[in-house]
Design a protein around this ligand. Sequence first.
Ligand code: BG6
Length: 359
Amino acid sequence: EKGTYPYYMLKEIDDQPAVMRRVIQEYTDSMGKAIIDPEIIEKMTASDRIYIVACGTSYNAGWVGKAILEKMTDIPVEVHLSSEFGYNMPLLSEKPFFIFLSQSGETADSRQVLVRTNELDFPSLTLTNMAGSTLSREADYTLLLHAGPEIAVASTKAYTAQIAVLAVLAKAVGDHKGLEASKEFDIAHELSVIAAVMETIIDEKMAISQLVEEYLSETRNAFYIGRGVDYFVSMEASLKLKEISYIQAEGFAAGELKHGTIALIEEGTPVFGVITDKKTAAHTRGNLKEVESRGAHNIVIALASLAKETDQLIIPDVHPLLTPLVSIIPTQLIAYFATLQRGYDVDKPRNLAKSVTVE
Ligand code: BG6
């Protein structure tokens, strides 16, 4: 029920701190240890490569999952679009392990890949919000997102829940392998910090709404740029903006912009810079300077420890691997307010369905 909320999307954005706490509750014990079906852990540990297959927002969550999984488990991870993978399957490793990410668990593009991997007898795991869904029934294993019903077409809390559950999974596999990186990763604690930080960002709604009025009221297009996980967040942030506000938005690897796309920057083009990674912060700032000198209006979303006074959105620090869980929140609110201000239906964008059961 959306209760007093004008739109489900706003309620679902607000739900996210509670979802993080539910993930902690469902997947960790009182000592903070990750609790995951040992069979899943064994199968993953025995695999030589993890293939994440998904569509849309779930695909974007997959990229963040790859960054976390590789760091914690030392297993290489590939991320693929279901609709591409099905008909243009890459050369697979000897012992692949498949992870299907799907909020609905019903996406036909993802299912056709699962049917194929089942024929080939490869182990598979579905991360979904829907118990008993097709992808859940047909995969060997399921981990539920516990995000609660997501009604708005634009996915928000399923994205953060997918990343959180993948982080717990990474921790469980890393611990099983006795890896140092994972030993130091107190997932229950880190996710509770995330929940609190999400709350402080959500409290900034009005400031974000004003920012949107200032920078996005006239524009037809916009860019999000970042590097590494900040690039992955940029992909999701731009998808959110374009799918509901119809502002043409691109998520770009900050360093790649100058190799072509910078040609699209005009006087007043809004460019959002996402800066949460110490090793790339200076480079992304350099790229923001490049677009500014071509007329772009920059809006910077930065982690407090990397922020400058002039940055528009400053986010309290969290664990370096989990920054997407918090840097995505202002971008969800940006998409929400841009859509609201343009007078469109936030929950039901044109041409889109919540779950797509055709290929
Ligand atoms: C789309 C939805 O068509 O399917 C997106 O409109 C969603 O919001 C995508 O991200 C994938 O859906 P699912 O349920 O497989 O995660």
